[in-house]
Design a protein around this ligand. Structure first.
Ligand code: F0G
Length: 461
């Protein structure tokens, strides 16, 4: 009999290593000050554990590095393009495959084509670059998250779902002709990396079909979403994850991907669809800003690495380890009484700073204050998803805080081991015990849009 072991291990061994950036607390205090309490301004060498993003930060496999060496750098018709195209066609079933340099380039091209004033794009939740590209076209980006998503404490299996009833009501009110697209973001990054169920995807598909609205998937983390379906949705426990992924794509008319996530690539993305007219117009735009149709802003070696990564990511040993790592991280924080978006998503843990630090008002950026303290105490970098990122001014210049104050700790793929995560949990445990000593921040200088990237802050009183 084969024993079923409880310990889920990293399903790889390490061939190449990179040193971490150790600093002292005293150095970090000076670094934070010089960075104006904005973690985007810190040199990565001065970060010990970098959980800023899981985008482009993954470790490539030996097979991917092999592909990098054999990549075909021809301008037109490179072999690497055909490997890339073939892999994406087999996975998604879409006939037209357009390479782009990263996810937002696909968004820019698509919404330039189909967006425009008076139109609405509907979604479970747009990621911020998606929203920005929809709005840059003149259209409005409308989110219909499920109600379960807004209760951070209470676990639910598919908090990434769309509220389909609200979505359909909106379609009826505005008229389908004003809605050029519905996009389901899998997993739902803006709401904690939470998965969308197959049932919800089917529901969205049936609404789209009924009203003649094309359905696209923003599939940056499609494999994580597919494995969540395998683990949590009735009837999928014995279905191979690749089959689940294929079934998700079968429901849609097209997709785009930031391949910096679930394709383990440091750069790249694609737009894939069946509509030949849209594809031919998209290629015209591609040539204007990205490059020729068979490389789209990427080197041949990048195309090769993505093709290999898309196969590797569907390895179930990898996905089991990946989702268990985020779960383990979340469990560790909950043991210290740290409130998180529960359960953890696929690509990391989101701490609820509003609940942890009730003594800091939204105008003093509780989540950013926590992120800065995490760097100060442990050299750990996360990212604020709160009032610094989403705070607004009303028409009279009054302050409008964001609805949530989260710190996202995103886990790069295949990069950190369990002891790195144990260290982060230990540091956060100490911070939580001394949370009253955390002070809020004040703005010194901030632009109107995308303030979180460049704002300058100082410690409040
Ligand atoms: N869609 C989703 C769901 C994303 O998470 C991202 C990027 C994009 C689109 C845009 O792709 O960066 O390749 O242009 N998310 C990164 C993050 C930046 O940190 O979550 P991109």
């Amino acid at each position: 009999m084969e024993w079923k072991w409880k310990t889920i291990i990293e399903p790889f061994k390490i061939k190449t290593v990179e040193p971490l950036g150790f600093t002292t607390r005293e150095e970090r205090l000076k670094i934070l000050d010089a960075a104006h309490y904005n973690l985007f301004n810190i040199r990565a060498e001065k970060v010990l554990i970098d959980l800023l993003t899981d985008s482009g930060t993954g470790a490539m496999s030996a097979a991917q590095w092999g592909g990098i060496m054999t990549g075909d750098e021809s301008y037109a018709g490179a072999r690497s393009y055909y490997n890339f195209e073939g892999e994406i066609k087999r996975l998604t079933g879409f006939a037209e495959v357009i390479p782009v340099h990263q996810g937002r380039a696909a968004e820019k091209i698509l919404f330039t084509l189909i967006g425009g004033k008076g139109k609405y794009v509907i979604s479970n939740s747009h990621f911020d670059t998606t929203r920005a590209n929809v709005e840059a076209s003149g259209a409005q980006a409308m989110d219909f998250p499920s109600k379960a998503a807004m209760d951070f404490d209470k676990p639910a299996p598919f908090k990434g779902n769309a509220d389909l009833a609200a979505m359909e009501k909106f379609v009826r009110e505005k008229g389908a002709k004003n809605i050029p697209l519905c996009v389901m973001t899998i997993t739902n990054n803006s709401l904690g990396g939470q998965p969308v169920s197959m049932e919800n995807l089917k529901g969205a598909q049936s609404i789209c079909h009924k009203y003649g609205i094309p359905l696209f998937l923003d599939c940056a983390r499609f494999a994580e979403n597919a494995y969540f379906i395998k683990l949590r949705e009735k009837g999928y426990g014995c279905v191979p994850v690749r089959k689940i992924a294929e079934s998700m794509f079968e429901l849609a008319d097209g997709t785009w991907m930031s391949s910096k996530k679930d394709a383990f690539a440091n750069m790249g993305g694609f737009l894939a669809l069946n509509n030949k007219d849209w594809a031919s117009k998209a290629r015209q735009l591609l040539i204007l800003t990205e490059g020729f149709a068979t490389y789209g802003g990427l080197a041949g070696r990048d195309l090769e690495a993505i093709a290999i990564g898309l196969r590797e990511v569907l390895d179930e040993n990898y996905l089991q380890y990946r989702l268990r790592s985020a779960e383990y991280f979340g469990e560790g924080l909950l043991k210290h009484g740290i409130p998180i978006v529960n359960p953890p998503g696929g690509h990391g843990v989101y701490i609820n700073a509003k609940k942890l630090l009730p003594h800091i008002q939204p105008r003093n950026f509780p989540a950013q204050s926590l992120a800065c303290r995490l760097y100060l105490e442990g050299g750990i970098r996360g990212v604020e998803i709160g009032t610094l990122m989403f705070g607004r001014r009303d028409a009279k210049g009054g302050f409008l805080p964001a609805p949530m104050e989260l710190v996202r700790l995103a886990m790069p793929r295949r990069v950190y081991t369990q002891s790195h995560i144990d260290y982060v949990i230990e540091v956060l445990g100490m911070i939580a015990r001394n949370k009253k000593s955390i002070k809020g921040l004040e703005v010194v200088e901030a632009p109107r849009a995308l303030a979180h990237f460049t704002a300058k802050l100082k410690l409040g009183r």
